[in-house]
Design a binder for this molecule. Structure first.
Ligand SMILES: [Zn+2]
Length: 334
């Protein structure tokens, strides 16, 4: 049999022609579909003893830090942000936390609902569904405080989003946000929080679903309140313990971790009592570093689960190690 001679030049030309046709096809295909920008579903689970904790993202909000942070300078903020490879317009996470005790499903904070729309927030219920829960499954809501990004998800479009839930909140929060004189005294940039807070609470009050508490108490087995006044008058943490493991869920102790951990004296415009909030933050960070428990933080980058350790005169954040087999709390590794 006679083999046909192969012309090398023709063959290379053929390959090149084919390649160029392929790259034209790929470019055409690429231009035909838009870039995908949606983030992964925002939930993350960890085991805490016999409980399962699910961090839920309500999204992020871009905040002008130099305009919001006080008791500092724009240069100091910029330098601290640069140390964390970030700029003055940081993306701040809005996190909520679901505690499944096996007998109760408890949600700590509810995200912003529609109150930051269309700019940010409002993703909590999408992520709740993605995590395998329905709003009707939630037995209890524990509010750290009544600011929009923590209670806004209670009511959307005038409708109660968590109709089966009892709402637990410090009595001092209700007293403050329903106090007309406090609203009159509040600086202009805080006034909008009063009607927003009332709009989130009133439908549940009418339905007889609000359960105010005072002091440091056990709300239910394994979940205790920790009073942390300053950011708001009834600002509260929730301490969760199961089978010897402990998680403390913060409200607004840290708004911007790259700045307020190295320098806890930096306050924020939203503080009702900035001096008290600063002292509260310093005590909270010291306690977390000493006691080594796991922390869940509403505004530290999602999922906001991790530990605090001392660094120099301040602190730093150590994010929880990622795990796909229900990450054990750090205490399990001791
Ligand atoms: Zn907040």
């Amino acid at each position: 049999m006679r083999l046909r001679p192969i012309c090398l030049c023709t063959s290379i030309f053929g390959v090149l022609t084919a390649c160029s046709a392929l790259s034209e096809d790929t470019a055409a295909a690429r231009s035909a579909r838009p870039l995908l920008r949606a983030q992964a579903p925002g939930f993350y689970r960890m085991a805490l003893g016999d409980f399962v904790i699910t961090a839920l993202s309500d999204g992020t909000v871009s905040l002008p830090l130099d305009k919001l942070l006080n008791n500092t300078t724009p240069e100091h903020i910029e330098a601290l942000m640069a140390r964390s490879f970030q700029t003055l317009s940081a993306e701040i996470s809005i996190n909520a936390y679901l505690i499944d005790t096996g007998s109760r499903v408890v949600l700590v904070d509810t995200g912003a609902g529609e109150l930051f729309a269309p700019r940010a927030g409002g993703e909590l219920f999408t992520n709740l569904h993605a995590a395998g829960y329905r709003p009707e499954d939630i037995d209890d809501v524990l509010l750290t405080h009544v600011h929009a990004d923590h209670s806004g998800g209670l009511v959307v479009g005038g409708k109660m989003m968590l109709p089966n839930s009892l709402i637990h909140v410090h009595q001092a929060e209700l007293d403050y946000w329903f106090d007309v004189q406090a609203e009159d005294r509040a600086p202009a940039h805080q006034k909008h929080s009063f009607p927003q807070g009332r709009a989130s609470m009133v439908p549940y009050q009418i339905a007889g679903k609000v359960r105010p508490f005072k002091g440091a108490i056990e709300l239910m087995p394994g979940i205790r309140t920790v009073e942390a006044p300053g950011h708001t008058p009834g600002h509260t943490f929730y301490s969760v313990e199961s089978a010897g493991h402990k998680l403390v869920i913060w409200g607004d102790t840290v708004h911007c971790a790259p700045v307020q951990l190295p320098d806890p004296s930096v306050t924020i415009q939203f503080d009702s009592d900035a001096k008290r909030a600063r002292a509260q933050r310093e005590a909270t960070l010291s306690d977390a570093a000493e006691q080594r428990y796991t922390v869940a933080a509403a505004h530290i980058s999602f999922p906001g689960l991790g530990h605090v350790r001392r660094r120099g005169n301040g602190y730093e954040w150590v994010p929880q190690a990622y795990g796909t087999t229900l990450a054990l709390s750090q205490a399990d590794c001791r």
